[in-house]
Design a protein around this ligand. Sequence first.
Ligand SMILES: [Zn+2]
Length: 153
Amino acid sequence: MNPIEIGNALKMNRPVLGNDVGIGLFRLVRLVAMEDILGTGASAVTYYAGKKLGQSLGLTHLDQFLELCNQLKIGLISIPTMTDDEIHVDVCECVTCAGMAPVGRVLCHFEGGLIAGAVGSILKKDFQAREVTCIGGLGDASCGFDLVARPAR
Ligand SMILES: [Zn+2]
């Protein structure tokens, strides 16, 4: 099976409907259908899917990643903390969960993986992202991710 290339997937031709869809479709796939098939495993699968995707974007600067998040409307993303030992990323208006009634657990594993993969490939480290706040999962103001560098193997 040939892999679908990122550039190809982002080619669009919908003269009548246009290139945007409501985020309802994304959420039904990501939160309802994936969890229905994969159960609790959906978190890990979407995390690693996001991480691989983030690593394969070919980004070299953090600004490019922030710009891509804006373009794809993943959310309003910022990096309020960035030191040698600590990186924290905040996502407001998160595509996966903003506006939902809190469900008692974090939901944004795809975003966490994407952030870990992209920031890791830019900074040439292997990061693990832990979601510590979540808008639709826990009722927080933003989805917040702590990035922890894993020791080089
Ligand atoms: Zn979240």
